[in-house]
Ligand binder design. Structure first.
Ligand code: GAL
Length: 417
């Protein structure tokens, strides 16, 4: 009798310990780089949804557009044996960390939620390692956008958004003649590379883009088309203001918002900034794809690092489930400027730029002109991307000729492969 009492007491105590120690819906420490106005609003939606389920959210933002600083911080945390529970990570980077055995899978959550049937297959593939989901996608961003100030265009007598690079240059000349900044730009390597890849797509087309920036084909990298792309990048360099160096991308968006600059070439996270400031697309600002045919894809996702403890493991699963819920995909993307990663979320409440993005995405899939972003870590390993960024930035900040840039880029890529 006494033994049974003891056993019951022990069982009761361990239940109490569980209830007290492990929260019902877990804890997550989330490492991300979403610190601008629109970005913070969007990640706030995820925090709020997680907390509404009773979970504990520990925020670890690492400022720096494009995420280079965040990735450096992540490496340091993993080296120190103290990875965050969830990390904003994407493209080949997901596979790189998975190969090192650093990630937990969330396959059970994915099966219950039927992720395979609601994600575009190309995206689902990026999220999986050895057939199991190790990441959950939050969105589909498009990189090849031009954002414009209708007020600045009007002042300069530019009547329509440019549809070719010649038209872009002519419009930019007019803006400069009117005393305005033609192109709002922040001189940071990832932003320079963002300009570069939109130009490569526009000048060379999707097949060329793929050969040069994804397959790293040596002949494509050394081709006349690449030289012509650098020529157009040089042209863009002549349209930025003298204070461009080091400027954050959202400050460049602000220049367009205030009508100081005519254009910004940037992914649709820039739209998140306009929206966070209460601006209306089609009225206060304009959107159009950069000249050329295609769609440069950039998708954000969260990965789940190998952490221990029931509380953390529970947190990872709850977060994965929330990220992929249709409700979250809607509210998050309304704030972020992107469109949902799930294909079954109605876009009725989304703006004209998002609808355009969706239509162009479907057309690009149909025409095989959908390409992954090199600048935003969707296309090539980090080491190769680093070579692209270094060279493009050197070109942008010197008088290097297009011919030299082409040769130096091809040599650098070859060394990195
Ligand atoms: C991209 C990221 C976007 C956006 C941008 C600027 O790489 O995919 O979500 O935040 O950087 O920080």
């Amino acid at each position: 009798m006494l033994r049974i009492d003891k056993l019951m007491l022990a069982a009761a105590l361990s239940c109490a310990a569980l209830a007290g120690g492990a929260r019902a819906d877990g804890t997550v420490e989330v490492l991300h780089w979403w610190t601008s106005g629109g970005e913070a609003k969007a990640v706030g939606e995820l925090k709020q949804a997680f907390e509404a389920e009773g979970g504990k959210w520990i925020d670890s933002p690492i400022a720096g557009g494009g995420g280079d600083a965040a990735m450096t911080a992540l490496r340091a945390r993993v080296m120190a044996g103290n990875p965050p529970t969830a990390v904003q990570l994407k493209g080949p980077g997901i596979q790189e960390w998975a190969e090192q055995g650093a990630l937990n899978d969330v396959q059970d959550v994915a099966e219950v939620g039927n992720w395979d049937s609601v994600l575009p297959p190309a995206l689902a593939k990026i999220m999986k390692y050895e057939g199991k989901y190790v990441a959950a996608p939050v969105n589909i961003h498009r990189v090849d956008w031009i954002w414009a100030s209708p007020e600045a265009l009007k002042k300069a007598g530019v009547e329509a958004m440019p549809t070719t690079w010649e038209e872009f240059n002519a419009a930019a000349d007019k803006l400069q003649d009117a005393g305005l900044i033609a192109l709002a730009h922040g001189g940071q390597p990832w932003q320079d590379a963002t300009l570069f890849e939109t130009v490569v797509l526009g000048i060379g087309g999707a097949d060329f883009y793929r050969k040069a920036l994804v397959e790293l084909d040596d002949a494509a990298l050394r081709s006349d088309t690449m030289i012509a792309s650098f020529d157009q990048l040089r042209k863009l360099r002549s349209y930025v203001d003298p204070n461009f160096s080091g400027r954050d991308w959202n400050l460049a968006t602000g220049m367009v918002m205030r009508g100081e600059a005519g254009f910004q070439i940037m992914g649709d996270w820039a739209k998140g900034e306009f929206l966070a400031a209460g601006k209306v697309p089609g009225e206060d600002f304009l959107c159009a794809s950069t000249p050329g045919n295609g769609f440069i894809l950039n998708s954000d996702s969260f990965t789940f690092f190998k952490v221990s403890g029931e509380d953390n493991l529970k947190g990872q699963k709850v977060l994965a489930r929330l990220i992929m819920s249709p409700e979250f995909q809607k509210v998050f993307n309304l704030a972020k400027g992107s469109i949902p990663a799930r294909t079954d979320v109605p876009l009725d409440d989304f703006d004209i730029c998002a609808k355009r993005s969706h239509e162009d995405l479907l057309a690009a899939i149909e025409n095989d002109t959908l390409v992954p972003s090199m600048a935003h870590e969707m296309a090539v390993p980090r080491s190769v991307r680093g070579e692209f960024l270094d060279l493009v930035t050197q070109f942008f900040n010197s008088d290097m000729s297009s011919q030299d840039a082409t040769t130096r880029l091809a040599d650098a890529v070859q060394r990195a492969m």
